[in-house]
Design a binder for this molecule. Structure first.
Ligand code: HEM
Length: 430
């Protein structure tokens, strides 16, 4: 517990029983606890299961401000705690693998330079051109189980889709993509738990990426899905050759963050999204009818609403105060970590009408599911493309899709940053 944090004001704010966080019930449905925090203790010092303390920010207005606050750094060197505690923040395994110099760990001016560089390679056009490939992957995975009448949508669909998509986009040759799937599986399975296996997988990924970048730099690498050198890693190398600098370490960290940030998030957007739709039959029917008419508008707003309602990123990644500041009237000391609870902010009744109601046609929906400010999700266009394609294909090809387990039997992963299901058993007419 942070010394001095339970001052008189805390005591006044925390009237009534403080809900327990990070329990099994909380992992299953965190929203009642978040509603309590928003109302009674919207900026609250909390000890996390790892033993590291952080301020949790749960109201929409303050969450948005915190995401754009220049005095909140992404660089863990600003964490006041000792180095042991520092090792418990950030992406598992990245520190030991020397992958710290990526967008989610750095501030301007380095962030500005690297973000500009990757934006030149990761363009909306490149994503749009990728649509046929995403459709092909989606159909291939559904073909794998369509005749069976049942499937686990996480393992057989939501998990492989983004990993193969990102591998293609980065330019990982087809024959190496199964290795990536295995390493990524290791990261996702152990992300919230023991770190040994994760550390090994991350080191393997890094060694592979360094070699791949070298090969592409030497002009030897081909690329699946495009002509030679049309992939994202080649684009990054080219962009850095034209004036701006990208060190070897930065290039590996960039490829790693694209892989990592674009992987488990998308798995969970599809998994949580399908889970939500199956629990809201009227909204799901509305979407199916709209797809049958060949419309796309409802599908587009549905993806945004599913992100708001039960998005994959429960808490934005770590931030550390570089100077004393106040958030929501609370004094934050230099060195304190701050975690913005996107899932709580996106159900704030002060910003969203009927926040606990799923409305796939919601118009006024400035959710924070992709973050806000300079670290706003770089991959949002790709995530939207994958989610739209995946949902449309599932609902069209498997029209009577239903849950293959009692809702109470579903298990959530319970990691700190991400929210997602361990598995999603479904049934349908083969
Ligand atoms: C950043 C969400 C998919 C790449 C972020 C952030 C959020 C987010 C909330 C900001 C984190 C913070 O400020 O602490 C999501 C969601 C996704 C998704 C919900 C899918 C449903 C992707 C994909 C890619 C990607 C597919 C790339 C292939 C990135 C990168 C950043 C980022 C590189 C860091 C940007 C920066 O720091 O400048 N994402 N993301 N994301 N995302 Fe995504």
């Amino acid at each position: 517990m942070k010394p001095g944090s339970r001052d008189e004001r805390d005591a006044r704010e925390e009237e009534g029983p403080v809900p327990e966080l990070f329990t099994w019930e909380f992992a299953t449905d965190p929203y009642p606890a978040y509603a309590w925090l928003r109302e009674h203790a919207p900026v609250r010092w909390t000890e996390l299961p790892s033993g590291v303390g952080a301020w949790l920010v749960t109201r929409y207005g303050e969450a948005r401000e915190a995401l754009a606050e220049g005095r909140l750094s992404k660089n863990p060197v600003h964490h006041a705690e000792d180095s042991r505690a520092r090792g418990k923040t950030g992406i598992p395994g990245e520190r030991g693998a020397d992958l710290m110099t990526h967008l989610l760990n750095i501030d301007p001016p380095d962030h500005t330079r690297l973000r500009r560089l990757v934006s030149k390679a990761f363009t909306p056009r490149r994503v749009a051109e990728f649509e046929p490939r995403v459709r092909e992957l989606t159909d291939r995975f559904i073909d794998g189980f369509a005749a069976r009448g049942q499937a686990d949508l996480i393992h057989e669909f939501a998990f492989p889709l983004p990993i193969y998509a990102i591998c293609d986009l980065l330019g990982v040759p087809a024959e190496d993509q199964d290795d990536f799937r295995d390493w990524a599986g290791m990261m996702i399975r152990h992300g919230g738990g023991p770190r040994g296996g994760v550390a090994r997988s991350v080191k393997r990924i890094r060694a592979y990426l360094v070699e791949l970048i070298d090969r592409k730099r030497a002009g030897l690498g081909g690329s699946p899905g495009g002509g030679p050198g049309e992939d994202l890693i080649s684009g990054l190398i080219r962009a850095s050759d034209h004036g701006e600098q990208l060190t070897a370490n930065e290039a590996a960290a960039m490829a790693f963050i694209l892989l990592f940030a674009g992987f488990e998030t998308t798995v969970n957007l599809i998994g949580n999204g399908v889970h939500t739709l199956l629990g809201h039959p009227a909204e799901r029917r509305r979407l199916q009818e709209s797809l049958a008419r060949g419309e796309s508008a409802l599908l587009e707003s549905a993806v945004e609403e599913l992100l708001r309602y039960d998005g994959p990123v429960e808490l934005a990644t770590w931030r550390y105060a570089t100077a004393p500041l106040t958030i929501g009237g609370r004094a934050i000391a230099a060195g304190d970590p701050v975690l913005v609870v996107l899932a709580a902010a996106d159900r704030d009744p002060a910003r969203f009408g009927g926040p606990d109601t799923l409305d796939l046609a919601r118009r006024d929906n400035p959710h924070l599911g992709y973050g806000h400010g300079i670290h706003y999700c770089l991959g949002a266009p790709l995530a939207r493309l994958e989610a739209r394609t995946a949902l449309a294909a599932l609902l069209t090809r498997l029209p009577d899709l239903r849950l293959g387990a009692a809702p109470g039997e579903l298990r959530w992963r319970g990691g700190l940053i991400m929210r997602g299901l361990r598995s999603l058993p479904v049934e349908f007419t083969a």
